[in-house]
Design a protein around this ligand. Sequence first.
Ligand code: HEM
Length: 500
Amino acid sequence: MALCMALHGTLHVVYFGFGFVLKAIKNSGRLPPSPWALLIVGHLHLLGPSLHHSFHKLSTCYGPLMSICIGSVLGVVTSSPDVTKERLKTNDVTFAARNSSAAIECLTYNSSFAFAPNGPYWLFMKKLTTVELLGSRTLRQFLPIRTNKLHELIRFLFEKSKSGESVNIRDELLKFTNNIISPMMLSIRCSGKGGQAEECRTLAREVAEIFGEFKSFDIQGFHRRFKDIHRRFDSLLENVITNREKLRKEKKESEEKVKGLLDILLDCSGESEFGDQVSVHLFRNIPFLYFGFPHSWHRYFIHDVQWALAELINHPMVLQKAQQEIDQVVGRNGPVQESYVPHLPYIQAIIKESFRIHPPIPLLNRRALEDCKIGNYISPKGTLLFVNLWSMGRVDPKIWKNPLEFQPERFLSQSNSEIDVRGLHYQLLPFGIGRRGCPGLSLAMQELPTTLAAMIQCFNFKVTSPDGVVDMSERPQLSSPRARDLMCVPVARCPRNILN
Ligand code: HEM
């Protein structure tokens, strides 16, 4: 560590380029410690496909605040709650931008609000999403759809349990989330096979994969795939929008009491200050809102339920305790519903514990809008800030006792019971923080515990591996998905008529 630190001063002169160094000198600050870098590639040679793993490994040598060069772009990585707080608590506005990529700009025609700079257009879209689409009134209106789709999932698991067949939990959760989000976004139903429904699901998976790729050495192949997705994306959405507009003209939409995002945007195009921009970009915003913000929310929801369930299968005592809580609070005469969640503290602790060990977005990514000096260190305008949530959840035993162990009880202890996921506690930030924090938090925190609780209320899950243990390896990607989909046989522990 001492050697690494001693070397870092030299490094800035060797690599970071005179621009950065002069700025640092002018602002009488310097760049945080960093490994030796190579000309042109910077630290790219030190980074693997899982950036959070690479950053974590480097931070054990260079400390919780380090600089990193991705090609010619300067980045700063934080790996502890204190250092992150120092950067984001008072500098939220400075770091209120995101780095986009050529793929994202092309797919969204450079108009996604999640990547928009922190200005009036972003504010308008954020309000629309937070208040109109994800506000408590709309979420209440969509509750019957969510309940209905959850029951469909449970019914399907009952069938498989009867025949003793193994289920790919990931695939079923993907159908489930698609069925919830499609009416909210596009006002279409997404169940069933074939046609628009199937195309939506296929595209969701492909987009998630293409955004998840950090390095693609097969540039030509990547472009070909990307162009193809882009073309199919546009044509699918054109269809959806044209059909919707036709229905609205025929006034059939009045039969539906609940409006999805497509309706909300169609309503305000031409009406608001940003009406023209909305209508021009309507087409471009929807796909991104639907399939991927800075992320595709389906993917993170699915990751979290899969990781949590896998941990429960590997920790039968925790599973038993969770089932006891559900039996006491809900019983076995009716299924878990969203309204029970506040009364299920152990289930909530399980969700938090899974976020801690397996954060669905392991790295928060922001960009400095202007030069910023914090302590002795300068972050020049354009610096990327990476907050390594993955590292923060696992490393420091002073913050988390036995950090590598799955112990939901830690969130029920007196010292940790206050910790929640809303961005106030820097040791647990699965939904990010501040003005660019996740507006889908309420929906996710209603849906995640309800889905997990309903599944373990009705079933135990038997894995098919010879040792009966779930493999917990991660696939090397920008997010932290499971290496293998969770496959298991549901074994009913409640009568099927629980859904009646
Ligand atoms: C398990 C579920 C989810 C997780 C773990 C998650 C996590 C995150 C994270 C970490 C960010 C970046 C925050 C930051 O930079 O500080 C984010 C941003 C965002 N999320 Fe989510 N999210 C989830 C579900 C959702 C849902 C359900 C929606 C909407 C339907 C949503 C919409 C968004 C949007 C629009 C942004 C960008 C906000 C902005 O730039 O202003 N998310 N999310």
